[in-house]
Write a protein that binds this ligand. Structure first.
Ligand SMILES: [Zn+2]
Length: 354
């Protein structure tokens, strides 16, 4: 077991704009925070615990040690929330603006920072571009934001496999593991186990099948500790609705995020107008990401830079993939210092920067 610095944490419920019950976890060190609140937003089919793996130092530890007031958001895609056919539009319109408002109410701060990952990032960037989170002055986004670019095999799965799977299933769930329910889930799990021979974890293989193209797709095995891979990951992944994959197929085909549900207050095309945010945006991408290719973040950086040259930043992280950016065994040495510097607005130059 790794020693954690002493922290106090509390669960803070909040109500999304459409009435859904969601929650935040606030984590503080023994001394009162000396720096701005930071909101961390997880990706699809996991929960806020994804930022707290059994690694030597988590991103939460690093932020608390730096004096930040840390807030983890469990939005409607969290496996802490009962399974629901969520869409990015719902999260953008209802969840993130309410979470940001709750943090400002609880802390008294009028500005805060956000670290957002994958589908927490796409949906949060939708909120930002629609002008719904004006309190956020710095955004650190990992993996994908406005321009989802995926490997050819993922494009084929989105286009051809998702419509077929949708006839038999409402959700894909890596936690099926070695005990999938009968029917389509068992067929999928058998096929995935036959195709993936890179490790002994069925959950790890199902995560790769569900979210990307690679062996594995969301991390490099050499970046993970044994405890993280064998014990922790199998507990941290759960159901993700096929409705989400239909939306992602539409966005991948468009080359950028587009509306799926056309909710009031959200644009139909997120790249058709200037983003309605004054936040400085720092784009991170693992060089070896096989879920969303680094090109995703390059395109979004270029889009933002078109409105604010020399204001935003892009860092391609050598040797990293998708989620090992946060729960790699060496992320506290390779990645977190960069995040801390960027939150303070004092970044040094790094390899792979623009
Ligand atoms: Zn594995």
């Amino acid at each position: 077991m790794h020693g954690r610095p002493a922290t106090r944490e509390r669960l803070v419920p909040f109500i999304a704009g459409d009435g859904k019950n969601l929650s935040l976890i606030n984590i503080r060190g023994p001394a009162p925070p000396t720096r701005a609140p930071v909101l961390l937003v997880h990706g699809a089919g996991v929960r806020s615990g994804v930022f707290r793996a059994p690694v030597p130092v988590t991103i939460v530890d690093a932020l608390v040690a730096r004096g930040h007031d840390v807030w983890l958001e469990d939005w409607r895609a969290s496996i802490e929330v009962p399974p629901n056919p969520w869409t990015l539009d719902q999260a953008a319109r209802y969840d993130h603006p309410a979470a940001v408002r709750k943090v400002t109410e609880e802390t008294g701060a009028d500005r805060l920072k956000a670290i957002i990952h994958c589908q927490g990032s796409t949906s949060f960037m939708m909120s930002a571009c629609a002008g719904l989170v004006p309190q956020v002055d710095t955004i650190i986004t990992n993996a994908v934001s406005l321009h989802p670019v995926v490997p050819a095999w993922s494009r084929a799965k989105l286009r051809y496999a998702v419509p077929v799977a949708s006839r038999f299933l409402s959700y894909l769930d890596p936690s099926w593991g070695d005990h999938p329910p009968p029917g389509a889930a068992t067929v999928i799990t058998r096929l995935v186990k036959a195709a993936h021979t890179e490790c002994g974890s069925t959950v790890c293989k199902l995560v790769s099948f569900t979210y990307g193209s690679g062996f594995p797709a969301l991390w490099r095995h050499e970046n993970l500790g044994g405890d993280t891979h064998d014990t922790w990951i199998p507990r941290e992944f759960g159901p993700v609705p096929l409705s989400f994959f239909r939306q992602m197929d539409q966005c991948v085909r468009s080359g950028h995020l587009v509306a799926y549900e056309h909710l009031d207050g959200l644009p139909d095309d997120y790249t058709a107008q200037e983003p309605r945010t004054d936040a400085r945006v720092v784009f991170l991408a693992g060089e070896l990401n096989r879920c969303f290719l680094p090109e995703s973040q390059r395109l979004s950086y270029d889009f933002f830079a078109g409105f604010g040259p020399h204001r935003h930043a892009l860092h391609i992280l050598p040797g990293y993939s998708h989620l090992d950016v946060f729960f790699g065994e060496r992320a506290h040495l390779d990645v977190f210092p960069l995040i801390i510097e960027e939150l303070a607005g004092t970044p040094a130059r790094h390899r792979g920067d623009r």
